[in-house]
Design a protein around this ligand. Sequence first.
Ligand SMILES: [Zn+2]
Length: 326
Amino acid sequence: MNLRLNAAVRKRRARFVVVCLTASAVLLSSRAMAKNAATCTPGTKLRLSAPESSQGSLLLIVVTSTKPLAEVQGDWGGRSVPIWQEVARERQRKGLLAVDLEKAPGDYELKVTGQTAGGEEMSCSAIVAVRKGLFATEKLQVGKEFVEPSPEQIKRADEERQKLRNIFERVTPERLWDGKFRVPLDGVTTGANFGRRRILNGTPGSPHGGVDLPGTTGTPVHAAQRGRVALAEELFFSGNTVVVDHGLGIYTFYGHLSEIDVKAGDALEPGAVLGKVGATGRVTGPHLHWGLTVDRARVNPLLLVKLLSSPSSEEARKKSSRPGTN
Ligand SMILES: [Zn+2]
């Protein structure tokens, strides 16, 4: 979401692309192996996709056991962690550790607990460090009409923020997605501005909670994966907006659409067109604002595309039924 600002801001945008790419390169680098190895009950192992995390990042958790697993839950600093089983993987569970954009840096304990199919208790625990995110901060002086919305606009924006919060708090217990997540625009692989902080006339605004993907008005916007439409309406800041519930507390957000092609409650297949790129809401020009929340934590959606590279159940089934492969 961009406030409607002056040309000086637009000139600075090129710099943010560079800053944001630099930041994600750091997030994705696999420096030093886990300093804080997990402690598990015998026969169980826990691996993380990176040894530490940073604000706005996402880690993949893989739990493996020598015995088939039944119930498995995850907890990270008092928040539940989405955990699921992929097809024909009785001895493995995957999960996502999501670090909110504004989570205080420090050490947090990840706990995974459950039972094997035979009824034995299993558990793992690991300390995961959260580092400060590397985000750009921009200080600007702008006309006060840009930073001082009317009382009616403030009321509306507050109500909409609460509405979104209520949606993100609901955890659909089933996993609705299956397989890889995709970037919602064809041919686009990177986005800018994730986590950027903007200080307008000395007042800090909230950090930018998604990535801005380049696109011209009318470009089709695809659902990142299978899910159910949780919201499809016009909002004050993000204009025409669609929120898709993928299950297990995972939601994707699509803002500034010129046109919405779905309605709340619709079931979407992976890649379904949910709307078109536009410049509605508080923006400088057409682009797609794409957001991701995992159990209420605002994280960089591009990391989900990179981390969940497993094929869908259907693809896996075909592969496992091929003679000579296992
Ligand atoms: Zn945006």
